[in-house]
Design a protein around this ligand. Structure first.
Ligand code: SF4
Length: 332
């Protein structure tokens, strides 16, 4: 008698999908549309996810690269990744109403940068050059901040005074890689000052520890997220480091290649912090249709974080519903 093949199953990571900062940023744009009316201008992608951006565009959001592209007097939302003070000045020059959807955990890093710069530290900001969050944080103290991307940069970066150096980091990095970079810095600068609390945010850390758990047992890990989402890209790397046979980043079920499932019994599934869970559900349906019906949730942490909406947003009452649109929804 031949043994039956092992059952196909999915290890579903938890937590996954929206973090509190992304949930708040998306709600800010939706509420701005309700309170100010369309169009609402949004500087940069509100969060790094194609599906979210497209859905908000359909509701009346217009995404721009700079506040200088927004018509004078209009309303602009700043994205979750944060902005440099120059963006606020550009908005003021154009008399824009600014609704700042910067994640409070990014704002915390900005404040740390300002504080260290005020004390005249050289600040080594661990992060990816060119990422919006890094541009925003660097803009708080451009004369004091140097961006370093990994242990190699840490080994060669030059500072004015080795006794007066501090490190900060982007919020969405790999925890392990960042600690390796910090170790090199501490070796070179024994008096290195650290941020008062972790800059890598709770959501990034929780999603990485969940994918570590599923990665160790999965033949294949699928990470739902967009290619420009730093925390999603990190999840692929962490899954592979944890021992996954293969790991792929997909925007949604339509990007999964059937060929990836050859000889795969256990699929690990997770998603970045900017991904709505509906996209994960679609992947679960796609997998179920191919025999992966058993779903085991692997939870690494509970999350109860919630951030209040910006005060200048909730101070504005929603616009009255137009008669035409009310009539239409009644007859649909
Ligand atoms: Fe905020 Fe972290 Fe979410 Fe970024 S990933 S928006 S820092 S909670």
């Amino acid at each position: 008698m031949t043994a039956s093949p092992p059952a196909r199953r999915v290890l579903l990571a938890a937590p996954r999908s929206y973090c509190a900062g992304v949930a708040r940023a998306v709600t800010v744009v939706e509420q701005a549309l309700k309170r100010f009316g369309a169009p609402i201008y949004v500087r940069h992608e509100i969060v790094h996810n194609k599906h979210v951006v497209k859905t908000l565009e359909q509701k009346g959001a217009i995404f721009v690269d700079e506040a200088t592209e927004v018509p004078e007097g209009a309303t602009v939302v700043f994205s979750a990744h944060g902005v440099a003070p120059t963006a606020h000045r550009q908005a003021a020059d154009r008399f824009l109403t600014v609704i700042d959807a910067t994640c409070p955990l990014v704002t915390k890093v900005h404040k740390e940068a300002v504080r260290f710069a005020r004390d005249d530290y050289d600040i080594l900001l661990i992060g990816h050059e060119g990422h919006e969050e890094v541009i925003g944080t660097s803009g708080e103290a451009p004369d004091h901040i140097t961006v370093i991307d990994g242990p190699e940069d840490a080994a060669t970066v030059e500072v004015r005074d080795p006794d007066k150096v501090a490190w900060l980091s982007q919020t969405t990095l790999s925890v392990d890689e960042t600690m390796a970079t910090v170790a090199v810095l501490k070796d070179r600068f024994p008096k290195l000052a650290s941020p008062p609390s972790d800059d890598i945010c709770y959501a990034t850390q929780n999603r990485q520890s969940a994918v570590k758990q599923i990665g160790a047992d999965a033949d294949l890990v699928l990470v739902v997220g967009s290619a420009n989402s730093s925390n999603s890209v990190r999840l692929v790397e962490v899954a592979l480091e944890a021992g996954a046979g293969a790991a792929h980043l997909v925007d949604g079920a339509e990007q999964i290649d059937d060929g990836w499932l050859a000889d795969v019994h256990t699929v690990g599934l997770t998603s970045g912090a900017s991904v709505p869970d509906i996209l994960v559900d679609e992947v679960l349906d796609w997998l179920a249709a191919r025999g992966y019906r058993e779903v085991v949730v692997v939870r690494s942490a509970e999350e109860h974080q919630h951030f209040a909406l910006p005060r200048n947003l909730i101070a504005v009452p929603p616009l009255p519903q137009r008669k035409g649109s009310a009539d239409r929804s009644e007859t649909e």
